[in-house]
Design a protein around this ligand. Structure first.
Ligand code: RIB
Length: 297
């Protein structure tokens, strides 16, 4: 599986509550965790057993060195991770008591990932996993190439941004949370699962499946073969950072391993729930053994 996406260093502070506009609050000491939606999803899939290659950009800096080594330890192929003369991407994250997070991303090197960096053998990967933290033209070019060659494209449209029709038409599986789903249609987030199903049906193309994740409300999907939902698993939420990435990485792993959609969604749902019980982005992502024990599949 190829992942074209962002690689960030996350600077994380725990706070009792997030500051209001113009307010200063004191938090915990900060911690550094490897993150970035692209890298998180690559690591999530790799920890579950998928062969993964990452296509992305890092700066020539200490964060870049640390993030490169982290991905290498996960056995992710890094031939197409380019080092550039721009600071590595960083994300500034507050985590409130109860696990809710707020994230500001400084894209840095991620913004240098142009279509010309896509490998000549991108299509050979079969499955392509994308998010929206790198330039849209690169995401679109990658999706179109893989789709034209008969491969499968999974897009996590996060952070929320308008999807050009040419990109939407190249996608097999679109995954969005409730906020992103609403934003794509210019509407408020769906209030409950029934409304989310209607949104998913509106967002999909004739050949694509759309999955809307709803946090404590589980997730719903609508696709060419029908629609369905899965309830959230009850867990003690510590930190929701990268729960969505755990979900999407597991979904891509399961689908690329030949699992049917309903089963892939169940596995993704469990992987996201388990990630919520642990701190940080990549430190929270489960291994195959952990997922197996947790969900007793
Ligand atoms: O989805 C969580 C991720 O969003 C964080 O790791 C942060 O880097 C941002 O990309």
């Amino acid at each position: 599986m190829n992942v074209v996406g962002s690689i960030n260093m996350d600077v994380v502070v725990e706070v009792e509550r997030a500051p209001a506009p113009g307010e200063t609050v004191l938090g915990s000491d900060y911690r550094l965790h490897p993150g970035g939606k692209g890298a998180n999803q690559a690591v999530a899939a790799a920890r579950l057993g998928a062969p993964v290659a990452m296509i992305g950009c890092l700066g020539h800096d200490a964060y870049g060195d640390a993030l490169y080594q982290t991905l290498r330890r996960e056995q992710i192929a890094l031939e197409h991770v380019r080092r550039v003369d721009t600071p590595s991407g960083a994300a500034f994250i507050t985590v409130e008591r109860g696990g809710q997070n707020r994230i500001v991303v400084a894209p840095g090197a991620n913004a240098q990932l142009g279509p010309e960096q896509l490998p000549a053998d991108l299509e050979a990967g079969g499955w392509l996993l994308l998010q929206l933290e790198v330039p849209r033209e690169t995401v679109t070019a990658a999706a179109r190439r893989v789709r034209a060659a008969g491969g499968r494209v999974v897009l996590n449209a996060a952070p929320a941004a308008p999807l050009p029709a040419v990109l939407a038409e190249a996608v097999d599986v679109l995954v969005v949370n409730e906020t992103e789903a609403g934003a794509l249609l210019g509407l408020p987030p769906p209030a409950h699962a029934e409304e989310a199903l209607q949104v998913a049906a509106r967002l999909r193309t004739p050949r694509s499946t759309v999955i809307v994740t709803l946090g404590a409300g589980g997730s719903v999907w609508s696709g060419p073969t029908g629609q369905g939902s899965v309830a959230a698993l009850p867990v003690e939420v510590i930190d929701t950072t990268a729960c969505g990435d755990a979900y999407v990485g597991a979904l891509a792993w399961a689908l690329s391993s030949g699992q049917p959609l309903t089963r892939a969604v169940e596995l993704a749902n469990a992987n996201g729930a388990l990630a919520a019980t642990r701190e940080g982005a990549q430190p929270s992502l489960p291994t195959f053994q952990e997922l197996w024990r947790f969900a007793s599949f």
